[in-house]
Design a protein around this ligand. Structure first.
Ligand SMILES: Cc1cc2nc3c(=O)[nH]c(=O)nc-3n(C[C@H](O)[C@H](O)[C@H](O)COP(=O)(O)OP(=O)(O)OC[C@H]3O[C@@H](n4cnc5c(N)ncnc54)[C@H](O)[C@@H]3O)c2cc1C
Length: 440
């Protein structure tokens, strides 16, 4: 049945995935795209993942940049952090800052850190002028097929709208997924990470172990600490303010992971702890750790705290009946943050889906053809997404399951040391933090 009016696409969720899809279709008059987001346009300062950073490979950044409208490209470039002069690296250390394994292959060295806050600002470009339609404060509730009117979307406030294609980009707890694939489930890993920001000044920059660029992880049996940062290209250093960090400023990011039921403070659940209690928890865990790691914890800003009880999506199989409803990003494959790949995968999904939808234009948006293109997208999205979920779980296991006893941790560290020994390492980078040594 040919349909010559624009294809009405409703995207639920204005995270990186939903907004990239909307931007890629924004200027194409064959599509009428509206994003429905439960949150507000203005995010008040305070604990919010929007203020942290994501990692992107240069290839992904380049191909995204090329496809985005010009105004978004300009803002996207401003969201990309300065890298270390010789590239970014990842290192695994023990809690006395002895380096165990250095990941500094070219792909890692070229990986870029992107401010989530500024990425969001970039991807919302055009929302004010009406080029991009985003409706905030809209809580998606359910959908149903409504004959020739299309798909009826109902919101929590009782209002409803119609569309031809519904895209669930509504994150890990996706209601769209729950209706589309009712038997899908997510599993708890039993691990909770407490994230804080700390001020980024020339002095605190000098405290980053191994001048890593991307991150270093300090691993203890049953616990780990991650140190990463975002260094703004225009204003590299922020003020030394231990009360509040402006979400636009550069920052250090410090995360402490442990099993949820092994918090030192057992007087209450982590969700009921104040930011100060969470900071005390982190400091208590590090009592016998290297003074550098303790110093980094001491300068964390309580108001920036974000607590994440880490869950992972159980693999999703392609659902039997193709529908004009699909999902992307965390809605389909939420993963542990230990590889920093969730947002990149959501963006790749959005790019793949936009490409497939553009192909349907020449075919008069015939429903059968759209469903075929969606199947192609869903097949590749699930293959890539399920694999990323699996790899991200391995990364968590490296810090936890494989380090659950001192013996296991010792064996794991030796395996990592051998890996480090086998891998080539560039000679042109600063190898150690003063006072730090290689494990062997
Ligand atoms: C602690 C932590 C650290 C992370 N670090 C990294 C990293 O370094 N690198 C990386 O690539 N990834 C990282 N991730 C993962 C990354 O945040 C996600 O993979 C990414 O945000 C997924 O994008 P998305 O657009 O699919 O979903 P989301 O970003 O979750 O966006 C979903 C949107 O949908 C909205 N929404 C939800 N339900 C409804 C509803 N019913 N109605 C309307 N709107 C709704 C939400 O408000 C939200 O805005 C991290 C995740 C966590 C938890």
């Amino acid at each position: 049945m040919p349909n010559r009016r624009p294809l009405r696409i409703a995207i639920i969720g204005a995270g990186p995935g939903g907004l990239v899809l909307a931007q890629l279709l924004r200027d194409d008059r064959d599509f009428e795209v509206t994003v429905y987001e439960r949150g507000a346009l203005e995010i008040k300062d305070g604990p919010s993942l929007t203020g942290y950073r994501i990692l992107m490979t240069p290839d992904l950044l380049d191909s995204l940049r090329k496809q985005l409208p010009g105004d978004v490209q300009v803002l996207l470039d401003k969201a990309i952090a300065l890298s270390q002069p010789n590239g970014n690296r990842l290192g695994f250390m023990d809690t006395m800052c002895k380096m165990i394994c250095r990941i500094d292959l070219p792909l890692m060295r070229n990986t870029r850190s992107v401010s989530r806050w500024k990425l969001r600002e970039a991807l919302l470009s055009g929302a004010g002028s009406g080029d991009l339609r985003v409706e905030f404060g809209r809580v998606f509730d359910s959908y149903k097929m409504d004959g020739c009117k299309g798909i009826k979307i109902s919101f929590a406030d009782g209002e409803s709208v119609h569309c031809d294609l519904l895209v669930g980009a509504d994150g890990a707890g996706s209601r769209v997924r729950k209706q589309l694939i009712p038997n899908s489930s997510r599993s708890s890993t039993g691990v909770t990470t407490i994230y804080f920001k700390a001020p980024f000044t020339p002095e605190t920059e000098a405290m980053i172990p191994w001048a890593s660029g991307i991150m270093v992880k300090a691993m203890a049996p049953r616990r780990s600490m991650v140190v990463a940062y975002y260094k703004d290209a225009v204003k590299p250093y922020g003020p030394y303010d231990l009360i509040q960090i402006d979400p636009r400023d550069s920052f250090l990011m410090i995360g402490m992971a442990s099993y949820t039921d092994e918090f030192i403070n057992q007087s209450k659940h982590p969700d009921d702890m104040t930011p100060e209690e969470l900071k005390d928890e982190c400091i208590s865990r590090a009592t016998h750790w290297h003074p550098l790691l303790r110093a980094l914890l001491a300068i964390t800003v309580p108001s920036s705290v974000f607590v994440s009880h880490i869950k992972t999506q159980d693999p999703i199989k392609l659902w039997e009946t193709p529908e004009l409803v699909t999902i992307l990003g965390d809605a389909a494959h939420s993963m542990t943050p230990f590889l920093g790949q969730g947002a990149s995968n959501a963006i790749v999904d959005a790019m793949t889906l936009a490409e497939k939808l553009k192909l349907t234009k020449g075919e008069d948006f015939e429903q059968r053809i759209i469903k075929t293109r969606l199947r192609e997208y869903e097949t590749s999205m699930l293959k890539r997404g399920n694999a990323a979920v699996k790899n991200s779980l391995y990364a968590l296991d490296l810090a936890f399951a494989l380090g659950n006893t001192p013996w296991k941790a010792w064996l794991r560290n030796w395996a990592l040391l051998i890996w480090d020994f086998m891998m080539p390492h560039p000679v042109d980078v600063r190898q150690q933090f003063p006072g730090m040594s290689i494990y062997r």
